[in-house]
Write a protein of this length. Structure first.
Ligand code: HEM
Length: 521
């Protein structure tokens, strides 16, 4: 008993000490950077811009969300954060606010799209160090190695790597892959056909992910996962389970920085196992590429570009295979599931969409991306479901170094150094001040808007974020989502048998959505 009390007391003392250390470190960073900034002539990044002490005094403090530390902690773990951000913005009538979290942590939130340029644009803030939690460990190594999405914009080779991989994601390269898209889409449609014959309801988010992992495997790496083949899909299903687990853990770590060290907790051990599983599959994918004779390699595949890119080490190539594998299926898979849900729940929009699809002539069984460009209502539907349930609803996470001035609704605020800022996409995407009826699924808005309104819509509707750290694969995602939605709704209708339970863990998921595919006559 005495030992237990002593242990607990020691733990509490350590936590208090740590909290004090973090507080001092932050203060030091904030002070140091204002001195450093003065020396950095011509610095363009927002948080290294010098703000004089006099100017700082004129800036307003960002308001704190009126919840306790524990309530804030629970809210950030609730899987409903983006909706809470939306709610707090309305309740506090402020697009900038912060949550006080345990251990002197604060999560700043900015729901004002007019601040995006200052926060994430070319002169904006850098990525948060927490992104590192996604990263892979080398065999036997204790430190993680960065992947494209987790690299800082400056000083971590991000620019050279992005430049080297970009041609693989250019429209002209991606459009040459139409036969691959159609082949993979064929296996998805066949699985849905079988379910329709048996009158089965399918778990749409899970099926969407199986389909998109097959797609990214084939398109980017010439690697077959066979996710719909019951005899060969063990690896695909293990990866899908693993990424779900990794996302949950990374999100938990956002509010509890000790989480990765809590190895007595079986979930944390499982998280490390999942990371290792991904690493091993990435190694296998790369080995398959290396085993292919050079003259037989597909020079348009992403893996070909990865192979030739200027990575400082070979292991970093595996890290980007991993990055593109997880980012390349989770986002598109859930987007497709959300699309099926919204269109199936809005019969009036579905009818209009199917009339347009029926009237269109496609050269092959499935449409090409170019053919879909001619269908205005269809394209409005895709934008609308990506708007109302953006899969990256929490946006991204950035970090202040020396503090930053942010102007929202004409008021200048000061965000101190050493903190993280969310810029969630969901609140502006559904903001009534912009959209009028932002929470309503109404594809017509995209077709009926005046020129001026449309300009505003397109400025705010940035599901792939804004340059320079916007999604490298946005054309691929657009092709995949559009081609799939057109093929599915031309052939099927879907009866929603179980409503989704929306949930965030890095991405926004229509968890539990069940639909029954019904072949159209
Ligand atoms: C509907 C589908 C998709 C959406 C909505 C989406 C959205 C986003 C967003 C918002 C970011 C910025 C994240 C941040 O600032 O932290 C991002 C970055 C990124 N995405 Fe996507 N994405 C999608 C599909 C894909 C696909 C298919 C791939 C890969 C094949 C991919 C790979 C990446 C990568 C590598 C980055 C990091 C880019 C960089 O930092 O330079 N994404 N995506």
């Amino acid at each position: 008993m005495l030992r237990l009390v002593a242990g607990i007391s020691a733990g509490v003392v350590c936590l208090i000490g740590l909290e004090e250390l973090i507080r001092r470190k932050r203060k030091k960073a904030a002070n140091a950077s204002s001195t450093k900034d003065a020396k950095q002539q011509g610095a363009t990044r927002q948080d290294t811009r010098q703000i004089t002490p006099e100017e700082k005094l004129t800036l307003r403090q960002v308001p704190r969300v009126p919840v306790s530390i524990m309530e804030a902690f629970q809210a950030m773990r609730s899987g409903q954060e983006a909706h809470l951000f939306e709610q707090w913005r309305d309740e506090m009538d402020s697009d900038l606010f912060y949550l006080q979290l345990p251990l002197c942590q604060r999560a700043y939130v900015c729901t004002d799209p007019s601040c995006w340029d200052a926060l994430v644009g070319p002169a904006g803030l850098d990525k948060s160090h927490r992104y590192h939690l996604f990263d892979l460990f080398g065999e036997g190594a204790l430190t993680r190695t960065r992947q494209m999405i987790t690299r800082k914009t400056s000083g971590e080779h991000w620019h050279a790597i992005r430049k080297a991989l970009s041609p693989a994601f250019a429209n002209r390269t991606l459009l040459t892959k139409t036969p691959i898209y159609h082949r993979v889409l064929g296996s998805f449609v066949k699985a849905l056909d079988d379910a329709a014959d048996k009158h089965l309801a399918v778990d749409m988010p899970k099926w969407g992910l199986r389909y998109t992992i097959d797609m990214i495997g084939e398109v980017a790496f010439n690697y077959s996962f066979h996710a719909f083949d019951a005899e060969r899909n063990g690896e695909a299903l293990a990866l899908l389970r693993a990424i779900d687990f990794i996302f949950q853990e990374v999100w938990s770590t956002l509010v509890n920085p000790f989480r990765p060290y809590m190895i007595w907790c079986s979930q944390v051990r499982e998280y490390y196992r999942c990371i290792r599983l991904f690493r091993d599959v990435c190694r296998k994918i790369y080995q398959q590429f290396l085993d292919t004779p050079p003259d037989k390699r597909d020079a348009t595949s992403v893996i070909y570009y990865i192979h030739n890119a200027p990575y400082p080490t070979e292991f970093e190539k595996l890290c980007d295979i991993y990055n593109l594998l997880w980012a390349g299926h989770d986002t598109t898979g859930y987007t497709i599931a959300w699309g099926v849900y919204h269109l199936s729940s809005n019969p009036r929009a579905l009818k209009k969409l199917q009339q347009e699809l029926d009237a269109a002539t496609f050269e092959n069984e499935f449409p090409t991306y170019e053919e879909l460009g001619q269908l205005p209502y269809f394209n409005a539907c895709v934008k609308e479901f990506m708007r109302i349930t953006p899969v990256v609803g929490n946006g991204g996470l950035r970090q202040t170094e020396g503090g930053i001035k942010v102007t929202s609704r004409g008021v200048d605020y000061w965000i101190p150094g050493g903190y993280e800022i969310f810029f969630p996409l969901l609140p502006p995407f559904r903001d009534d001040r912009i959209w009028g009826d932002g929470k309503v699924f109404r594809p017509e808005r995209w077709l009926e808007a005046s020129e001026e309104q449309l300009k505003l819509y397109n400025k705010v509707f940035q599901p792939f974020s804004v340059a320079p750290r916007s999604c490298i694969a946005q054309h691929l995602a657009s092709i995949e989502v559009r081609m799939t939605m057109a093929a599915l709704f031309k052939r099927f209708e879907f009866e929603v048998t179980t409503e989704p339970d929306p949930y965030y863990a890095i991405t926004y998921k229509p968890r539990g959505l069940m639909v029954k595919p019904i072949r159209r006559t």
